[in-house]
Each structure stands twice: as structure tokens, then as C-alpha cells.
Design a protein around this ligand. Structure first.
Ligand code: OTU
Length: 640
């Protein structure tokens, strides 16, 4: 017998009620108040509970929460009416982003289209491709020429002048929205640039703003912290700290011009919350939460993914529910797969990059063995209700081999050695490699290294490998059919190659990731309509997959059942029909990751219908005879 339990009764939180009362006394007569109050009632206790482990010990804790609510109220009053309407709609339909029509594109404003107006002019192109989500790399004011591609923000409320004005960015967000495309921007909240006014004040010795960052008078504490923290950009500076002119040391996880914010100071959280809500009010629908793992530090720990980092994210999330509910968060944690999922929940980040699938796609191309990827689909693909993966082939960043060593060990693979192999394979230091990548942050001390390179360069297109186009389509085919939101790096859809020229530009030379961030190639773009070119074949192949996907309800959401093909090079999974709609049938996906034909035996397929049709190739198969896939062929099989 199933035990039934009465709903848990929770006492109203008296402190939270006091906060609402205080806000009502101040603003209760104002026009926007009733809607704000309803959301405040729902989320203020969560907000306070999440902040308590961070700042609860301070005597002025309740005041600091009240100041935060003031900030939220001010930005709610500034929120445009059309975004408030979207807030209400999205609250009614929280699963909206699970649709199989969702498709993302990502790129740099300047490198893809010059400026905001240039991006606006590309809306018809985005629509042709089927995009419903556009991530533009950080367009905020930043130092010149070194700014980590915009990830060093000098002001969250100003744009980089060469890209256009804030008014143009706002207009772009609106045009995109009208075209059914959600704008995605970063919230670079782990650090600001050293030119931010807060950093400038700190540098000048202002004690209030020095407390916005992790600044130490000498090396005593930095030395202690460095015993347990990783080096992230060792090419630029060793360790996690940089020295400023007056001799003090500041925490800089990334470049020395990116100063880590001190979230143990409640004023930092309040100020950054204001910046976040300002960005939301531009019409941004997803915020990419940059470098989430690093936002909280504690001596004697790795200072990554500490419990407080999660409290911080959930506090930001509660604030968004109160003052900009249409806004969703995307987690960027390129870490061990157990840690990646720890950031994903409706109360924290609703969507997340899937760095494991990304890395294992490349792993599988190199080894021609689907073992690790198949295991990841079986054991690490499932996500909580109300959340989704963002699946991608590559991003603006490097490829890091973030698979779990314990998973690899199950196949007798040594994680460290295997990463050495993958690095050699992708930088073309392995006999027979088709890839032309470049090392990123090669660290001889630890043996750590990551890979830069465009999708086309890593798949062999540059040196005319005959299978390159098929590989590019295969990788994107998995991303398009395995669930969640697929994300295409703009330029990959036409097979753009590496940009070796970065090495001649002093502003970019020290960072090999620029090799895979080429300027949009107008000539190649024109070629996309010519089927005799590689660009044309890639583009047509992708558009075919995208068009098919749009009409397959089984591709909505993230439900996936692994299908072990019993062939070492053939990946398999089933996407079941949506619940309550079983009559429509699911899709069986099979994909050959080798340059040789691969046969799946009849007995492996015996539980499937006798005849199935591959939607991609429009061919019927008699499965009782087994199924042979051509090199790098992928099939999306449905019952005929
Ligand atoms: C992120 O990446 C951004 O995506 C990068 O473009 C930035 O340079 C960086 O933050 C600083 O803002 O190390 O190589 O575990 O790996 O946050 C990329 C996550 C990075 C980190 C990731 C970081």
C-alpha cells in the first residue's frame, strides 16, 4: 500500500513577513505594488534563507535584505510593460523552453556582424536557420585592447562604444523578440574588470571599495589560498592573485585585469543584483551565469563549487522571480560532471551547458568508440523536471576533457593518459589525426591542456579529409536529437576554418581561443546556397536536420532512453513520444562514429518494428536483416 502523507504545513516566516510589511509601508500606494507584492510574498522567504548562510552572522543582516528589496523594487518600477507581460506569460508556461523548436546560435557582435545594427540586419538569416535563441558574447563596456573577449566588464550599464549604444542594444532585443528569438547575454558576476569604478576606487585605496574585492596587504593569505586552488589561466599569470601598483595583492582567478568580487560583503551582492536586473530589463531572457563555480572562497578549500556558491545562485534566482520572472539562468560550470549537475534545478539554473556531452562527442570521433558517450547518456543525461541541457558541439571557449575518471576506469581507460592522447590527437601530434587544433593553457607542471579550434578544423575540413562534412553533420545531429536546447556556434553552420591571424594581433596573440573565433566570412556565407561547396553541403545538411526536428514532438524536452547497439562505433538512443501521446511513436537514433561501415545485428533490433524509416535519408529499412550504417552516417528511425 502506498503511504499517503498530509501536505507539510509551514509556518509563515515572521522575518520574511516583516520585510514585506516594511516594503508595503514604503511603496504600498504605488501603481506597480500589487503584482510586486504577490511575487514578494512567494519568494522573499527563499531569498532570505539563501542569504542567511552567506551574511546571516552580520548585525545588519535584516537591513541588508531590505536594501536589496529596495533595489529590486526600483528595477521593477523601471521594467518595461511588454517585459512585464512576458513575465506573466512565462509564469503560466514554465516549460516553454522545452520545445523542439528551440534552437540557439552564439557569436560575437563585432566578429559576426560588426555592431548591434549589423546583428539586427542578420535577423532574416537567423530565421532562415531556425534560431529561437541568440547568445551574444558580453557587449558591455570593457578595457581596450585586453578584455578577454568582453569578459572583463567595466560597466554593466554601458556598451562597448564600437558595438553601438545601449538604446541600440535595447532595440535589438526588441526586434529579436518580435522575430521569436530570445536574447541571451552573460552575467559576468564572478569578477569585474580592473577599470570598473569600484576597482578604480579600490585601487586608489578606498576602504569601502577595497572590500568589494579580495585584496590583501601582502602574500600571507594569498600563499595560503594558493595551496588549494587550481590555476585557470597559467599562461597569463601563475596562481590566483595579481599584484597592484601599491604592492597589495588582488584575487584574479582569470586574467590579472579581472578582479574577483567579494560576495562575503552583502553590499557586493546588492550592487550586482541591481546590475543583473538592469540587464534583465534590456529584454534579456536567458542570463548565462559565467564561471559559477568560482564565486565563493574559503581558506583551505579548492574555492570551487562551495555550498555558498549555490546559495548565491539561488538568491539571485529568487530575486529574478520577484523582479524579472521571465528571466532564466544558464549555468556555465565546465567541471566534473557531478558538479555540473549540482547547479541545475528550477530554483538555481534552469538550463546548463552540457560540457560532458560536448567533450565526449570529440572523444568519440578520436577513438571511434562510443563507450564513454553511451555511458554518459545512460547515467548522466537525466535532469530534474523543469530544467534542460544546452547541448553544443563547441563554444567560444576551449574544449576541456571534463569526463569523470571513474567512468573511464570502468572501461579500463586511465583518465590522465587518455587526456594526453586526446590533446595530442586534436593538435595533430598523433599519427593519422584528421584534426587541426591548437593547445590552450598547456601546463607542463600539471600535464593539463585544453584544445582550441573551429568545428570544421577539428573535423578535418581544412586538409580536405573526405569525411569532414559527414563528421560535422554527425556531431550536430547528436546535439539536435539528444534533447534540450541545441546551440550552434555561428560560422560552424558553414564550416568556417581556423583564424591563424590571431597570432599577429597583440591584443589576441596570447590566447589561442581566438583561433576559433573568426570574423564572419561573407564569401563562405554566399557559398552556403551552392551545393557543390563544403559550406553548401554543411548548411543544407544542418537545415534538413533542423527542419525535421521541428516536426518531431519526441525531440521536445530531455527524455532519452539509451540503446546499446552492441557495435563499438555505433551510438544509440531512443527519444520516446511525449507522455500521453504515445500513438505518435518515438525516434530511434543510431550514429556511426567511424570511417568504416558498421552493422547493427538483427538480434539487437529484434524488439523494434520490422520496418522503420530513416527520416534523414528518407529510406525504409527491414530491421529483421539488421542495419548497416555508412561511414559517419546517422539515422533517425520511426515506425513506418
Ligand atoms: C568563462 O570560462 C568564459 O566562458 C570565458 O570566455 C572567460 O574567459 C572566463 O569565464 C572568465 O570570465 O576557464 O577557459 O569552469 O572553465 O568559467 C574558459 C569554468 C574558462 C571555467 C570557465 C571559464
Amino acid at each position: 500500500m502506498k503511504a499517503t502523507r498530509a501536505p507539510v504545513w509551514t509556518a509563515p516566516d515572521p522575518q520574511a513577513a516583516r520585510l514585506v510589511d516594511a516594503m508595503r509601508r514604503r511603496h504600498g500606494a504605488q501603481a506597480g505594488w500589487p503584482v510586486f507584492e504577490a511575487r514578494l510574498q512567494r519568494h522573499v522567504a527563499t531569498l532570505r534563507d539563501e542569504l542567511r548562510p552567506l551574511h546571516g552572522e552580520r548585525a545588519d543582516f535584516e537591513d541588508s535584505v531590505l536594501r536589496l528589496l529596495e533595489t529590486a523594487w526600483v528595477s521593477w518600477c523601471e521594467r518595461p510593460a511588454d517585459l512585464k507581460a512576458m513575465d506573466a506569460e512565462r509564469e503560466q508556461d514554465p516549460a516553454w523552453f522545452q520545445s523542439q523548436r528551440m534552437l540557439g546560435g552564439v557569436g560575437y557582435v563585432d566578429r559576426f556582424a560588426g555592431d548591434f545594427r549589423g546583428v539586427e540586419a542578420q535577423i532574416p538569416y537567423f530565421q532562415e536557420l531556425g534560431l529561437s535563441y541568440l547568445h551574444l558574447m558580453p557587449p558591455y563596456l570593457c578595457p581596450e585592447p585586453h578584455n578577454d573577449g568582453g569578459y572583463a566588464v567595466s560597466s554593466y550599464r554601458e556598451t562597448r562604444p564600437s558595438l553601438g549604444t545601449m538604446a541600440e542594444l535595447r532595440a535589438l532585443a526588441q526586434r529579436l523578440r518580435e522575430a521569436g528569438i530570445s536574447l541571451v547575454l552573460d552575467f559576468v558576476f564572478n569578477h569585474t574588470s580592473d577599470e570598473h569604478v569600484w576597482a578604480q576606487a579600490a585601487r586608489a585605496g578606498d576602504p569601502v571599495f577595497s572590500d568589494y574585492y579580495w585584496i590583501f596587504p601582502d602574500r600571507t593569505l594569498p600563499d595560503q589560498y594558493e595551496r588549494t586552488v587550481r590555476e585557470i589561466f597559467p599562461d597569463e599569470h601563475p596562481g590566483a592573485f595579481s599584484q597592484i601598483e601599491d604592492g597589495r595583492w588582488v584575487w584574479t582567478t582569470f586574467h590579472s585585469y579581472q578582479w574577483d568580487l567579494n560576495y562575503s560583503n552583502p553590499e557586493v551582492f546588492r550592487a550586482m543584483a541591481g546590475e543583473m536586473l538592469f540587464i534583465a530589463n534590456l529584454g534579456v531572457e536567458f542570463l548565462r551565469m559565467d564561471a559559477v563555480a568560482f564565486v565563493w572562497k574559503r581558506l583551505g578549500t579548492p574555492c570551487e563549487s562551495l555550498p555558498e556558491a549555490h546559495h548565491l545562485l539561488r538568491a539571485y534566482n529568487a530575486l529574478a522571480r520577484i523582479a524579472a520572472p521571465a528571466l532564466l539562468f544558464k549555468s556555465e560550470a565546465i567541471v566534473h560532471p557531478d558538479e555540473v549537475v549540482s547547479y541545475i534545478s528550477p530554483a538555481e539554473c534552469q538550463v546548463s551547458y552540457n560540457p560532458l556531452q560536448m567533450a565526449l562527442l570529440w572523444n568519440t570521433l578520436a577513438t571511434r568508440e562510443v563507450n564513454l558517450l553511451q555511458l554518459a547518456l545512460e547515467e548522466r543525461h537525466h535532469l530534474p523536471e523543469g530544467t534542460a541541457w544546452v547541448n553544443y558541439v563547441r563554444s567560444h571557449d576551449d574544449i576541456g576533457w571534463t569526463f569523470a575518471d571513474e567512468d573511464a576506469a570502468r572501461f579500463g581507460i586511465d583518465g590522465f593518459d587518455h587526456r594526453q592522447f586526446l590533446n595530442r590527437f586534436y593538435v595533430d601530434r598523433f599519427p593519422g589525426s584528421f584534426a587541426r587544433g591548437v593547445p590552450f593553457q598547456d601546463n607542463p607542471a600539471t600535464g593539463d591542456c585544453r584544445i582550441s579550434g573551429t568545428c570544421a578544423a577539428l573535423c578535418g575540413l581544412e586538409q580536405g579529409d573526405p569525411h569532414a562534412v559527414a563528421r560535422i553533420l554527425l556531431l550536430h545531429g547528436v546535439v539536435l536529437s539528444s534533447g534540450g536546447i541545441p546551440l550552434i556556434y555561428l560560422g560552424d553552420e558553414i564550416g568556417q576554418g581556423n583564424d591563424a591571424g590571431y597570432a599577429d594581433d597583440p591584443a589576441r596573440a596570447g590566447d589561442s581561443r581566438w583561433v576559433h573565433r573568426p570574423m564572419r566570412d561573407a564569401h563562405r556565407h554566399a557559398e552556403r546556397l551552392d551545393p557543390s561547396t563544403a559550406a553548401g553541403r554543411i548548411h543544407a545538411g544542418l537545415r534538413h536536420l533542423i527542419a525535421l526536428r521541428r516536426h518531431l514532438p519526441a525531440f521536445a524536452g530531455g527524455r532519452l532512453l539509451p540503446f546499446w547497439s552492441r557495435h563499438p562505433a555505433v551510438l544509440g538512443y531512443r527519444r520516446p513520444a511525449p507522455q500521453g501521446d504515445e500513438a505518435r511513436g518515438g525516434v530511434l537514433v543510431l550514429a556511426n562514429f567511424s570511417e568504416r561501415p558498421a552493422s547493427v545485428l538483427p538480434e539487437v533490433l529484434s524488439a523494434q518494428p520490422a520496418t522503420m524509416v530513416d527520416l534523414i535519408g528518407q529510406t525504409a529499412f527491414d530491421l529483421r536483416a539488421g542495419l548497416t550504417l555508412a561511414p559517419y552516417q546517422m539515422v533517425w528511425l520511426v515506425a513506418s
